[in-house]
Design a protein around this ligand. Structure first.
Ligand SMILES: *Cc1c(COP(=O)(O)O)cnc(C)c1O
Length: 414
């Protein structure tokens, strides 16, 4: 079929994206992405790489030497860490409280881990002591834990588990994809050994780059698995390499860290424009200030929750472990969740998310992340949701949602 000129045109409808990612990208990030390409060994570019590492350490609140991005979406960061740590037969414990715990299981299995899982009902998190008891029982090499579980909107406290892992000589790998840049992630204080952050969530950078950080405990394992061929390994590399080489080439952290070190050993071609985007995104986070940024996320969350409740809807999940960047709303009985989402998108250009598995059709998930985490967006999603519910035949308290949310903002301004 011949395509008309009209059909060949890229058409992007205006949207407010209020999902748990991808979210609206900060225009300053989009501008950075349109800058000219540099060669990856150009000192001007390696300078940018070094700045990214410095800013990542600050955003991850760590003194770790290694803090750099993996090219690929967030799960590329998860896979790089797991691939580089897990040898066939290694025990890996995954406490699962939502869908992203399953992702750790899936990746660990592919690299031959002996997987042990524990679970708790969706909408809650683990009592840290239960996880610690399980670690003592299983004695895993790696514990893989999600910090902010976007599928259920819950946040797992990590400090106690982190300290216990240090004592028990277990490596703690944390998926902080949906909290990094929007809620406190204290890599050093909480004794997290490897942490993966996200780009298209609270950093408001497009999907396609995954910031990670890890400490010497992780580095020791990685170096022991360094491949010694190819004439690039140093004598000291050869001395420490004892274990089975890392199975993945693209996700081999021992090679990637050489690429990010002063040695600049070639691995893949760095995704130049994504690097610019990450640089600008991190700059914006640190410019705002971590504390101020987290406070902004909490304020918008509070206004959104107040509005939802004033609308007569129920929030889903245990409020004590709610993620500040994702708010889950129970779909009223008899209402088709997707019908309401479709009206919201068609009439208002606002996108919210459904959920997965047992929660599919049962909850809506509203993201307030990064650049999209703003008063105008919160008020718009409340107005749109209320109107869409009425359109779908639901009788709700008309007009009260916005007033409740505006009250929260007014109080904060006083
Ligand atoms: C979004 C998300 C991921 C996956 O990210 P991709 O960029 O889609 O690979 C992993 N973990 C959590 C908690 C997430 O919210």
């Amino acid at each position: 079929m011949e395509r008309t000129k009209e059909q060949r045109m890229l058409k992007i409808p205006p949207r407010k994206i209020m999902t748990p990612g991808p979210v609206e990208v900060d225009p300053r990030v989009l501008r950075a992405m349109s800058m000219p390409i540099l060669g990856q060994f150009d000192p001007a570019f390696t300078q940018i790489m070094n700045e990214v590492m410095v800013m990542l350490r600050e955003a991850f609140q760590t003194k770790n030497h290694w803090a750099y991005p993996i090219d690929g979406t967030s799960r590329a960061g998860l896979e790089a860490v797991i691939a580089s740590l897990i040898e066939p037969g290694d025990r890996m414990l995954v406490p699962i409280y939502g869908r992203f715990g399953d992702l750790f299981v899936e990746i660990g299995e592919r690299y031959g881990a002996e997987i042990h899982t524990m679970s708790c009902p969706w909408g809650t998190v683990f009592d840290p002591q239960d996880v610690i008891n399980e670690i003592k029982k299983v004695r895993p090499k790696v514990v893989a834990l999600v910090h902010g579980e976007t599928s259920t909107g819950r946040m797992q406290p990590l400090a106690e588990i982190g300290h216990a892992c240090r004592e028990l000589d277990t490596l703690l790998v944390v998926d902080a994809v949906a909290t990094f840049g929007g809620a406190d992630v204290r890599v050093d204080d909480w004794c997290l050994d490897a942490v993966i952050g996200g780009a298209q969530k609270c950093l408001s950078v497009p999907s396609g780059i995954a910031p990670i950080t890890y400490n010497e405990r992780i580095e020791k394992v990685i170096l022991s698995r360094k491949k010694v061929e190819r004439g690039i390994a140093t004598e000291s590399d050869k001395k420490v390499a004892s274990a089975m080489p890392i199975r993945s080439n693209y996700f081999d952290l021992s090679q990637l860290q050489d690429y990010w070190s002063e040695r600049r050993l070639n691995h893949h071609t760095e995704a130049t424009s994504m690097e610019y985007a990450l640089h600008e995104g991190l700059h914006l986070v640190l410019d705002e200030g971590l504390e101020q940024r987290f406070a902004r996320h909490l304020l918008n969350e509070k206004a959104l929750m107040a509005g939802i409740e004033a609308m007569g809807l129920d929030l889903f999940g245990d409020p004590d472990c709610k993620m500040p960047t994702v708010t889950c709303v129970s779909v009223p009985v008899g209402v088709n969740a997707d019908d309401v989402r479709n009206v919201l998108l068609d009439q208002f250009g606002i996108e919210i998310a459904g959920s997965f598995g047992s929660l599919q059709g049962k909850i809506w998930r509203i993201g307030t992340m990064g650049y999209g985490c703003r008063k105008d967006n919160v008020l718009a999603v409340l107005a749109g949701l209320e109107a869409s519910l009425i359109r779908c035949g639901v009788t709700v308290c008309r007009g009260e949602a916005l007033q409740a949310a505006m009250d929260v903002y007014d109080e904060a301004a006083d």
